[in-house]
Structures are given as structure tokens and as C-alpha cells.
Write a protein that binds this ligand. Structure first.
Ligand code: BV8
Ligand code: ZN
Length: 243
């Protein structure tokens, strides 16, 4: 492991363009449960009950109960050294893109600028009637929150399963994956599409790909580097010479 970290630090110093993809694992050390690990969110909630447009049409109150629970949880915690290390990296690389599957807003809070929130951000809400998007940091939005402009029912501004990602955002994510020298894949199980295909696209275009995770994933075999350990520990080590 020691050898890998030093070698990867070497690759970082020689990379002109670095792209990073993060998943729920980077927020785990802040106290946010992941989706599929032990104690994962989807163990208590059926995805199909709370993270699809059909679920929202069927039982919007249950869906808002789920998102209010996550709002309350995230409002009590903050970003961790893993998020902060990516802000340091962004400052020291002349071409940097951070792609996140997370909707918790912690990368924004930590100060990341070149950020693509490909699954949205649950601190933003969209009106199902007039499509107005607003930022709302309330811990609890109430059972069926309504739009102040038109009275329509509000929904979290996130991409649910079965919904297409914003074409402009996913285009930028694909471009950043296909044109980087190095791609770091941090804290993701590599299950959800189309995010999971970005690492393969980077590799196909000749980038070095490095996975940082506490366990092996289905993608580990395709990686040039597999650093096993918590992101909150490994990422700061990768950027320690920049501080
Ligand atoms: C779409 C928002 C077109 C909601 C989320 C192709 C093949 C197969 C299936 C599909 C496909 N194309 C589309 C699909 C269907 C579906 C899909 O991928 N299903 C999967 C489950 C098979 N995809 C979609 O529907 C996407 N839409 O493609 O549109 C379309 C349209 C109609 C019909 C078909 C296609 C939309 C996907 C977006 C869904 N929305 N989030 C919300 O969050 O409230 S996804 C949800 O999962 C979260 O965003 C989460 O981030 C994401 C991915 O999970 P991970 O981040 O990887 O989290 P996970 O818990 O799984 O893993 C955590 C990892 O961290 C673990 O590996 C763990 O070991 C590690 N870890 C833990 N602690 C640490 C750590 N690592 C480092 N340090 C630590 N301390
Ligand atoms: Zn409205």
C-alpha cells in the first residue's frame, strides 16, 4: 500500500488534468450512511418506495419523510478531511473536475468549485407544476411542501432511478472522464449507471485510473491503482505535499 500511495502521488504531480468521481463512501466518515454497505440506507428503505418518480406519484408523503430524514441527518454533520483534500487538489491542478453522485451538498460546503452534481442536490427543490428550482436548507420541509409561487407540490431536485440525468451535466462529466490524465474513483460501489461507466471511459482514452475504497468493488480489476482504506485518511495523504 505504501508503494502505491507514493507512486500515485508521483502520477498526480505529473498530471495536467485530473477528474475525480465520488460516491456515498466519501461522506461516510462525516456520519452519513452509505446506500449499500452495512447500515446502508437502502436496507431500511426500498429504493422503489422512495427514489423513483413512480414512488413520488404513489406516496409523496413517504418520499418526503425519507428526504426530511436525510435533511435532518445531514444538517447535523459537516464535510470531512476527504472532501477538504479534494478542494486542495483542485487548487493545485490546472485542469480539475469533481463529479459526484452524492446529493448531500458536502462537496459544495467544503469549497469545491469545479463540481458536477450528476444526481442533483437534495437541498434544492423543484416545483412539479411551474418547475421553479429553489435552494431550501430547512431541516424539515413538512409532509407535502408547496411552491410559494404557484402552490404546486415541491420535490427534491435529485435524479431518481429511472429518470434521465441532465444532458448538459452528463456531457460535461463524460468529457472530463475522456480527456483526463488521471481519474480517481472514490467511495463508490460502481453499481449505478451511467456514473459507473465513467471510469471505463477514462481508461479507454488512456487515463490512469485509481480506486480509493475500504473494500474491493466490481471495478477494482480494471484499475491501475487500488488503494484500500478510508477516503478521509488516503486523500489527505495524496495531497499532503501541496499543503
Ligand atoms: C438513467 C439520487 C436513463 C437519489 C441516485 C444500465 C444498466 C443497469 C441499470 C441501468 C442502466 N441504465 C440505467 C439503469 C437504471 C439505474 C441503475 O443504474 N440502477 C442500478 C441500481 C442497477 N440508473 C438510473 O435509473 C439512472 N438514470 O440511467 O436514465 C434511463 C431512463 C429510464 C430507464 C433506464 C435508463 C439514474 C441513477 C441515479 C439514481 N439516483 N441518487 C438520492 O440519492 O436520494 S443514485 C444513489 O446511488 C446515490 O446517488 C448514490 O451516490 C448512488 C451510487 O451509490 P454509491 O455512491 O456508490 O454508494 P454505495 O453505498 O453503493 O457505495 C458506497 C461505497 O463507498 C462502497 O463501495 C463502500 O465500500 C465505500 N465506502 C464506505 N465507506 C468508505 C468507502 N470508501 C472510502 N472511504 C470510506 N470511509
Ligand atoms: Zn410552482
Amino acid at each position: 500500500m505504501e508503494k502505491n500511495i507514493n507512486e500515485l502521488k508521483e502520477v498526480i504531480t505529473h498530471s495536467k488534468r485530473i477528474t475525480v468521481l465520488t460516491g456515498a463512501g466519501i461522506s461516510a466518515e462525516s456520519g452519513v450512511p452509505t446506500f449499500r454497505g452495512s447500515g446502508g440506507i437502502w436496507r431500511n428503505y426500498q429504493v422503489t418506495d422512495v427514489a423513483t418518480p413512480q414512488a413520488f406519484a404513489r406516496d409523496p408523503e413517504l418520499v418526503w419523510e425519507f428526504y426530511n430524514w436525510r435533511r435532518d441527518l445531514i444538517s447535523k454533520i459537516t464535510f470531512n478531511p476527504g472532501h477538504k483534500a479534494l478542494v486542495t487538489l483542485e487548487k493545485h491542478v490546472n485542469d480539475f473536475t469533481l463529479i459526484t453522485q452524492n446529493v448531500d451538498g458536502l462537496h459544495r460546503e467544503a469549497g469545491s468549485q469545479r463540481l458536477l452534481e450528476i444526481h442533483g442536490n437534495f437541498w434544492e427543490v423543484t416545483c412539479t407544476k411551474c418547475s421553479k428550482v429553489t435552494m431550501d436548507r430547512s431541516q424539515n420541509m413538512g409532509t407535502l411542501p408547496k411552491c410559494s409561487q404557484c402552490g404546486g407540490l415541491l420535490r427534491p431536485h435529485v435524479i431518481w432511478f429511472g429518470e434521465s440525468l441532465d444532458p448538459d451535466i452528463i456531457h460535461k462529466a463524460i468529457e472530463a472522464s475522456q480527456n483526463c490524465d488521471l481519474m480517481l474513483i472514490v467511495g463508490t460501489s460502481g453499481v449505478v449507471q451511467p456514473a459507473a461507466s465513467l471510469a471505463y471511459q477514462a481508461k479507454a482514452e488512456g487515463a490512469v485510473v485509481a480506486e480509493i475504497n475500504i473494500e474491493q468493488t466490481p471495478q477494482s480489476g480494471h484499475m491501475d491503482f487500488v488503494l484500500t482504506g478510508p477516503a478521509g485518511k488516503i486523500l489527505p495523504m495524496l495531497v499532503e505535499d501541496f499543503n
